[in-house]
Design a protein around this ligand. Sequence first.
Ligand code: HAM
Length: 435
Amino acid sequence: MSSRLKNITGTFDILPAGASREGVHAQGAAEWRYIEHRIRSIFERFQFEEIRTPILEPTELIARGIGQLTDIVSKEMFAFEREDTQYVLRPELTAPVMRAYLQHRMDQLGGAQKLFYIGPCFRAERPQKGRYRQFHQFGAEVIGVEAPMADAETIAVMMAIYHDFGVTNQRLRINSLGDAASRPRYRDALRAYFEPFKADLTETSLARLDKNPMRILDTKNEKERRLLDGAPRLVDFIDSESQEHYEAVKAYLADAGVAYIEDPFLVRGLDYYTRTAFELESDELGAQSALAGGGRYDLLAREIGEEVGVPAVGFAAGIERLFLAIEALGHAFPERSHPDVALVALGEAAGRWAFIQALALRASGLAVSVDLQGRSMKAQMRDANRSGARYVVIVGDTELAQRAAPVKHMATGNQESVAIDALAPYLTSHAPQGA
Ligand code: HAM
């Protein structure tokens, strides 16, 4: 057996040129940069500001914030203890962002805080396509606003990002979960409804019936889904203010031209939601159909120790799933960037010259490749061609002696002799970086 070490299942390396192994999805770093750049620029258009929080958080924050009974907290945390402190690798960023908001008294900055983030999250789930143990989320949180326009703005920025990538075939499902009092009432009603059907429930649902019957609504089991047809609906249990809020959110979505489907059984897998809850899904993804999810979480601040409630709404989305959706649609990513110049050096003296010349050209802003190991002209030319360099400069003893070298423009095949002391001005004027 080979003793070569490998990455942990459900995590992956992002390599310069990407990789595709056993159907495991692994784009290259250039594609990741491209995706992240576009996501950032949409958030900027909507005037969200970036927040970066630590990957390690106190376990208590996550347990209290997301809820002890959720799958994430009860089964999927990567948590450990060290010197009497309980740490967890963050499974999401909503609780951490709220912690940072409260800790840094960002409420005193006045008005709404519109924050966005991009970063890794960790959940000990069973890995499969679209579901990983380290995955990456982008998301946004609007903190300090109760008004329904904030819910609509959150959904609008999320939709704008998918549209920007040409992913337009998704479904937005929405629901209202009501206030803190609505849910216990609804839970009781659900328990009473399922009681006579106990014999028809799966083991998982039976276990949920007692503690968390709303989770039964997530069932994928056909028989149970049929049972749901007659089940009480949350919307009939919510308070009138939440109902009004919900109506207003829907009206704003209609104004924004955002299509949605009302799903009375949408409950989400995190406990902090009140009022608006939503999920964006796509058929392109297979079993893991959720591209993104979110909602309002006005009680989270209290759950994590604040005395007064802080109204907030947000969403988060999986970047790996965005990649899957983009690929399924056959959309191409832009080509990788190419060096402006490849220096091909023959012989030791030319090699040393090329090493120094490359530094000088880079200092003037050009992307330059240079051979590091004195290989043959053939090998260097092959690399220069492969790299897609715009210009190739070939230098040997003769060129050094004559202080002039051929500069080949690769797109046209034209070649020009240029004084080697004037290479930097020649190349910067012909191949300005980023052109
Ligand atoms: P969530 O539904 O748990 O919500 O996760 C949001 C998105 O993250 C999912 O729709 C999915 O695209 C991606 N995701 C989750 N788990 C995995 C995984 N194991 N592998 C790959 N992708 C995954 C939240 O995390 C909330 N914080 C959303 C939110 C923000 N609510 C309010 N503000």
